[in-house]
Ligand binder design. Structure first.
Ligand SMILES: Nc1ncnc2c1ncn2[C@@H]1O[C@H](COP(=O)(O)OP(=O)(O)OP(=O)(O)O)[C@@H](O)[C@H]1O
Length: 248
């Protein structure tokens, strides 16, 4: 069995049905539904303000929902059985500025019963080995993001949710991180990764395209290109938007 999966890992890792969320009195998610398979990488794509972070918050259980259901690994989102099984890397790196990279990750490791050597392994995996002794306050934006990611990786979550993890990273590191995501999925973890960079979409098994609080596509990259008759995913997204505008 893959290291990240357990006997209780269901084939559908995340099930969302008719989810409605309002924020600031306005509808942000309008009855969205989807199934996310265990051991896969799903890309959550959409323009700024389309509701990606809100959807992610509903998955990790930090978002008040108006109606509908969100189940993760067979449990309602955000409930106790999921506490050690789901990790969330937010857009703003959530690390302690007055601690070193190593101390930050070791702290998370200790909280989840992992060793210091496992913390170092997670640091190496995100390419931060050479910066392990630096204070988090002195890191670049991308290095902070990678440190945050190491804090999530060290707990070996079954579900890893990442909100725009590659923003501000150079192409080499982005490539390496995507390789990491693919490896984790191969080991059985389920990843939901938001992005507004279309060239990353091809690295996903499945894509959720969000626009104005609705999914306008929930498909594999290949099927999305085929169904829209387009050569790349940016063109596919634009095609779908134009079709919708024509229909309205
Ligand atoms: N705390 C809040 N109160 C009121 N409205 C909010 C709040 N947070 C977000 N919104 C609104 O909800 C909508 C969706 O926001 P969300 O952050 O989910 O979008 P997003 O797709 O993640 O955007 P981005 O790519 O810019 O991060 C936006 O219109 C936003 O203005």
């Amino acid at each position: 069995m893959p290291p990240n999966a357990t006997a209780s890992t269901p084939a559908t890792a995340i099930a969302v049905d008719d989810l409605v969320v309002h924020r600031g009195g306005q509808p942000v998610l309008n009855s969205v539904s989807t199934r996310i398979a265990a051991g896969s990488v799903t890309g959550l794509l959409g323009p700024s303000g389309s509701g990606k972070t809100t959807f992610i918050r509903a998955i990790v259980g930090t978002q008040k929902v108006r109606s509908g259901t969100v189940e993760v690994l067979g449990h309602p989102a955000g409930t106790k059985p999921l506490r050690r099984r789901v990790a969330y890397v937010t857009q703003d790196a959530s690390i302690y500025p007055d601690l070193s990279v190593k101390a930050n990750v070791a702290y998370f490791a200790a909280l989840y019963g992992r060793s210091r050597s496992e913390a170092m392994t997670a640091i190496e995996r995100v390419g931060m080995g050479d910066h392990a002794h630096k204070l988090a306050a002195n890191l670049s934006g991308g290095q902070k993001t990678r440190t945050s990611l190491a804090c999530a990786l060290v707990i070996e979550p079954e579900v890893l949710v990442l909100d725009e993890p590659t923003v501000g990273l150079d192409p080499v590191i982005r490539e390496e991180l995507w390789d990491q995501f693919r490896t984790l999925a191969k080991q059985g973890a389920t990843l939901l990764v938001s992005s507004h960079v279309m060239d990353e979409a091809d690295r996903c098994d499945r894509l959720l395209l969000l626009r104005e609080g609705r999914f306008i596509a929930d498909d594999t990259p290949a099927d999305l290109r085929a169904s829209t008759g387009t050569a790349n995913l940016e063109a596919a997204f634009l095609h779908l938007i134009r079709e919708l505008e024509k229909a309205n």
